[in-house]
Design a protein around this ligand. Structure first.
Ligand SMILES: [Zn+2]
Ligand SMILES: [Zn+2]
Ligand SMILES: [Zn+2]
Ligand SMILES: [Zn+2]
Length: 356
């Protein structure tokens, strides 16, 4: 195990001093009655506290992850299905691919368009096949006559009454008399109770409307067309991801750190397997470790794996772990500022905060 050669706080301070803006230096460090010179600034007098932290860095590949992979397609849905679809409206905002949880293409609310249903021609209904659109069908009970033959007179309209008659000799004989049927009142038939004599009954298929609701458009006559379009991802210039402690984030923003690390070839610990981002692998090489280091490792590891899945990071991309120094400084004018160095002895980047 080779330990990386740590930069010293003095090495960092001198590097910073050499490059610091002379006017600002003078404002911060000039003593009364003395002509100011860069060399007057002393590390020993200025640096109040030194602390160590780690910076984790790996390159991303957003443009390639999305290039040619997002497509727009048109879909259509009826009213019922429309309610089940989740639509998006990004306004004129863009979203970060890294934090996006959904699909790369989504239904867009502002693309919804009403179109005529082609199956029913926009009518919403289709002529009922059962009744031919009339809404009624023949009455089967009366065979479409409106009448039912009378059971009592069997349609003969009259009923015969048998009479017993005695003649002069006392002999019986029988006779009969006819009278109109009392049940049908001499009509021979009743009005059909199913159709009330109308010879037709309601068509059950279409509930007598003469039309069947169009399945395609659920009776509305319209369908909704919409675009499943690419999510507007930020095609950021950000081509790397950096991690370091929240305490340091207060002073220096990630973009500046990233830009500096991108611009310079900094030496550090190279990790190929993100699972090696942990204390027992890194501490022996760094010679220090903090709680924050563990947090940074966990966060970087989680993102790295997620990004590889999403194609944002190419599988096998090297992860760089860099030791870093924070110098808490106090100037002659009483102002406090911070100097940060990221990298190893002879190969590091320098940033400062509140020195202006
Ligand atoms: Zn239709
Ligand atoms: Zn009938
Ligand atoms: Zn009758
Ligand atoms: Zn019908």
């Amino acid at each position: 195990m080779v330990t990386v050669k740590a930069m010293s706080s003095d090495e960092l301070f001198q590097n910073w001093l050499t490059n610091a803006d002379i006017k600002t230096l003078e404002k911060f460090f000039k003593k009364k009655k003395v002509d100011f010179k860069r060399e007057h600034v002393s590390a020993v007098e200025t640096v109040q506290e030194v602390s160590k932290f780690i910076v984790i860095y790996f390159e991303k590949n957003i443009k390639e992850a999305l290039a040619g992979k997002q497509k727009q397609t048109m879909e259509s849905a009826n009213v019922k299905d429309l309610e089940k679809i989740r639509f998006y409206d990004f306004g004129n905002k863009q979203v970060n691919l890294e934090s996006w949880k959904g699909e790369k293409e989504v239904p867009m609310f502002n693309t919804i368009n009403n179109v005529k249903c082609s199956k029913c021609g926009g009518a919403g209904g289709i002529k009922c096949k059962n009744c031919g659109g009339s809404g009624t069908v023949k009455c089967g009970t009366c065979d479409s006559t409106g009448k039912i033959s009378c059971r009592t007179c069997k349609g003969s309209k009259t009923v015969e009454y048998k009479l017993e008659i005695l003649d002069a000799d006392g002999k019986k004989y029988s006779g009969s008399k006819k009278a109109p049927c009392p049940d049908c009142h001499g009509q021979g038939a009743h009005t059909c109770s199913d159709c009330s004599g109308l010879q037709k009954i309601r068509c059950k298929s279409c509930d007598s409307s003469g039309q069947i609701s169009c399945e395609e458009c659920k009776g509305t006559g319209v369908l909704f067309e919409y675009a499943v379009a690419p999510v507007p991802f930020i095609m950021s210039k950000k081509d790397a991801e950096v991690y370091y402690s929240k305490d340091v984030e207060k002073f220096i923003d990630k973009q500046s750190v990233e830009d500096l690390l991108n611009a310079k070839d900094i030496q550090g610990i190279i990790v190929i397997n993100s699972d090696d981002l942990k204390e027992d692998k890194l501490k022996p090489e760094l010679n220090f470790w903090t709680k924050e280091s563990s947090k940074n490792c966990d966060e970087a590891k989680k993102d790295y794996k997620d990004y590889v899945k999403k194609g944002i990071v190419k599988s096998g991309t090297k992860i760089m772990v860099l030791p870093a120094l924070q110098l808490e400084c106090k100037a002659v004018n009483g102002k406090e500022f911070q100097i940060f160095g990221i990298g190893v002895s002879g190969s590091f980047v320098v940033l400062d905060s509140k020195f202006n």
